[in-house]
Structures are given as C-alpha cells and as structure tokens.
Design a protein around this ligand. Sequence first.
Ligand SMILES: NC(=O)c1ccc[n+]([C@@H]2O[C@H](COP(=O)([O-])OP(=O)(O)OC[C@H]3O[C@@H](n4cnc5c(N)ncnc54)[C@H](OP(=O)(O)O)[C@@H]3O)[C@@H](O)[C@H]2O)c1
Length: 214
Amino acid sequence: MKRICVLGGTGYAGGAIAREAAGRGHEVVVFSRKPPAELPPGAKSVTGSALVRADIARAASGADVIVVALAPTGDLETSFVAVNADIADVARILGARLGVVGGAGSLLTEPGGTKVYETEEFPARFKAFAQASDDVLHELRASDPELDWFVLSPPTGFGHYAPGTATGRFRLGGDVMLKGNDGRAEISGADYAQAFVDEIERPAHRRARFTVAY
Ligand SMILES: NC(=O)c1ccc[n+]([C@@H]2O[C@H](COP(=O)([O-])OP(=O)(O)OC[C@H]3O[C@@H](n4cnc5c(N)ncnc54)[C@H](OP(=O)(O)O)[C@@H]3O)[C@@H](O)[C@H]2O)c1
C-alpha cells in the first residue's frame, strides 16, 4: 500500500488516477481548490491552491508518491511551469516519487521526428497548453538526479471529451505517439489511470517519460 497525493485529483485525469489507486487499496489524498462532490471510497480531500507552496506541502505530507494532474489553465495558465518546479522541489525534499500527467503534444510523430504540437495539423488553440506541458518535461529532465520522477503522456485522443471505457488492454511506448492500425491515437481515462497506477506499484520508468495507447 502506498500513500498517494493527487494534485488536481478532482479533474478528468486526476480523478481517474485517484479512483484507480483507491480501488487498489492505496491511501489516497486528492488536492484541489474546491472540495469534490464525491470522493473515491477511502480517499481524503485536502483543499488549497497549487499557487501556495505551503498548501502543496500540507497535502503531500507523508506521501510516497505525489501525482501532478493539474492543467495549465485558469490561474495556472501563466504559472504552470513555476508551480510544477515548486512541486518537484517539495517531492525532492519529502523524498517522494513524482508522477506527472503529461501531454500528447510533446510526443514525437515518429522516431527522431517532430513533436506533435509542432506539426501543422496540431490545433493552434492547444499550442500554448502543449508547450507548457513540454516545458515541464524539459525541466524534469534537467532536474536534480535525486528526484525520482516519471511523466506519462497520453495520446491526442485522450480527454474529458472521450472518456471511453476500461478495457485493461493497451500498449506502452516511449517518446513516440502510439497509433492503432486504424490510425487512431486513443486511450480511455480508466485505462490511462491503470497504466499510471501500474507504474506507481511497479516502477519501470525512472526519470523518464513514457506513453500509453491502444
Ligand atoms: N490529450 C492530451 O494531451 C491531454 C488531454 C487532457 C489532459 N491532459 C493532461 O492532463 C493534465 C490534467 O488535465 P485535466 O483535463 O485532467 O484537467 P482538469 O479536468 O481541468 O482538472 C484540473 C484539476 O486541477 C485542479 N486545480 C486547478 N487549478 C488549481 C489550483 N490553482 N490549485 C489547486 N488545484 C487546482 C482542479 O480542481 P479545482 O478547480 O477545484 O481546483 C482539478 O482537480 C494536464 O496537464 C494535461 O496536460 C492531456
């Protein structure tokens, strides 16, 4: 059993991870500004702002793993990279592992190829969002070697607009976006969360980014 603090644990990705982790018997704390309407059985809620380092430290106190499922929107739009650096520092000081929900945009279209968000097909309205997520990955790759982190990037067809269902069948990859034979790059919220919690239980990607898709 691990103690897992999910920052943004009431959102789409964070909520799925919190449910999966609590369902497997881990001790889960979800952190958000507003208290959740509903909590996974056994989980606890801590409210606060990710902009306040003391709030993050309070929520993460005693955690074995700190999950970052915040999004670069709203009051985090311009501070996302700095807030993630603060969270990484809190994790390093607490000796906690850091697991970050990444973006699809920073994945490569093919080995040695272009980043997905730098292609012409990538929607312009999501570019700043994808860039912020890529900047966080860049900072983690340059971080203190003492920090034990992983980033799990979903494919482009992941998000609250396409929740899908739990299948328990998916593939893991590295820096290149995975696509099915039909050309689709997708993963449901539940299957993404399963891969994420698998990594928490059996670390296979230390100081590395990986991806998951059908
Ligand atoms: N296909 C893709 O590449 C893709 C698609 C979707 C998401 N993602 C990734 O997944 C991550 C999470 O996205 P999401 O769609 O799951 O986000 P979301 O549903 O908007 O959830 C955001 C969470 O963060 C909390 N939050 C927001 N601002 C906060 C603050 N200042 N302090 C504390 N908590 C705060 C929210 O709760 P409160 O509002 O109550 O604070 C909520 O729990 C993003 O970083 C994104 O890169 C990737």
